[in-house]
Design a protein around this ligand. Structure first.
Ligand SMILES: Nc1ncnc2c1ncn2[C@@H]1O[C@H](COP(=O)(O)OP(=O)(O)O)[C@@H](O)[C@H]1O
Ligand SMILES: [Mg+2]
Length: 340
């Protein structure tokens, strides 16, 4: 599907809605209030998802204080119940930050796609975040001793091991798949390698729960002095190297784009091989960002299989899209969508 329209007319808004139905946070903003139209107090998104499991109508209702998720008209217990019903991979101009931006963005990418593969994993991540928030609050209290920290460290050590182990395994597979794409895209840029940088992953081995707890105990004096949690899975990062050189620091814009595209294509393959379903692929304004050669290779990789691909742009569909037999074109003008 191609969504055409001049800038500022609502293309990103439309694809962002589809993305939100997957249960993720927006790729554009972290704040719920920015999702509401200015001056409005509520917005809703409904979409029908068809997969090999059948058809389901998903819904999201945002008010300024609350988010509700629905399936076939019935409220789900929580937003996280939405996860795993619709998988979406979005490519957007902001993606360069996946390589060039902060470690937090790379961890979000990792965790989000690990959850795409194994939806119950969200519970481990959320449990970890809750325990970490409690530990941080305890550290801020005057007179905090190790006895106060210990129960939280024990809880954190349990989920830390699971999170790090999953991240390592996910990256092993993603690194293989992404570097295969990368060899096609940028054969002269050097081999792409993705590995986890973590205090709990050393010499190719994830530390045991006891070892992790010992590390937490060792860090306690410093944490109490600094009154903040300085050790944990919240400090992990993904090392991205091209021919052994750190891409986070040294890759050019062009090299970075090839890396990001390869990583996302790698994720699509992982989702397909693990779930048997293709994710919906969104390319928001990506064509304007890519040179012709990269854009052609990207479309060739995406069109080699039956997948739903939603492309936005101002220039009209690329030649490869025009030749795909079931191309639909929508036009967005001042927030109104029409079908051609
Ligand atoms: N919360 C909001 N409420 C109303 N309009 C908004 C809000 N946020 C952004 N806009 C406006 O929505 C318009 C559509 O934006 P967008 O979907 O990004 O367009 P496009 O992707 O087609 O360039 C822009 O003109 C922007 O100023
Ligand atoms: Mg846009």
């Amino acid at each position: 599907m191609y969504i055409s329209g001049l800038n500022g007319n609502g293309k990103t808004n439309l694809v962002e809605s589809i993305y939100l139905l997957s249960g993720s946070r927006s790729f554009r903003t972290n704040s719920s209030s920015e999702l509401l139209k200015w001056g409005e107090r509520e917005c809703s998104i409904f979409g029908t998802v068809t997969s090999s499991h059948g058809t389901e109508e998903l819904g999201l209702v945002f008010t300024s204080g609350e988010r509700r998720a629905l399936s076939n008209g019935k409220d789900l217990d929580s937003m996280t119940d939405l996860i795993g019903r619709l998988r979406v991979i979005a490519f957007s101009p902001a993606d360069l930050s996946l390589v060039k931006g902060s470690p937090a963005g790379r961890r979000r990418f990792l965790d989000r796609h690990m959850v795409d593969l194994t939806p119950p994993f969200i519970k481990v991540l959320m449990g970890y975040q809750r325990a970490l928030a409690s530990k941080s609050a305890v550290l801020k209290q005057p007179g905090c001793t190790y006895a106060h920290l210990k129960p939280w460290n024990e809880l954190l050590a349990q989920s830390c091991g699971k999170i790090v182990d999953n991240r390592v395994k996910f990256l092993e597979s993603l690194s293989d798949k992404s570097s295969a794409f990368h060899r096609l895209y940028a054969p002269t840029d050097g081999e792409l390698k993705l590995t986890l940088e973590s205090d709990f992953f050393q010499d190719g081995r994830v530390l045991s729960e006891d070892e992790i707890l010992a590390r937490f105990e060792g860090a306690a004096a410093r944490e109490m002095a600094m009154r903040s949690a300085t050790l944990g899975a919240q400090r992990d990062d993904v090392s991205v190297t091209l021919g052994g050189v750190d891409a986070r620091a040294y890759a050019s814009q062009g090299q970075t784009r090839s890396v990001v595209l390869s990583m996302k294509l790698g994720v699509i393959e992982m989702i397909e091989s693990s779930t048997g379903e293709s994710p919906v692929v969104i390319l928001d304004d990506v064509d304007s960002e890519l040179d012709k050669a990269r854009s052609e290779r990207l479309f060739t990789a995406l069109l080699n299989k039956a997948r739903q691909i939603i492309v936005t742009g101002t220039e009209g569909p690329s030649p490869q899209l025009i030749h795909s037999p079931d191309l639909r074109i929508l036009t967005v003008s001042q927030g109104v969508v029409t079908s051609q």
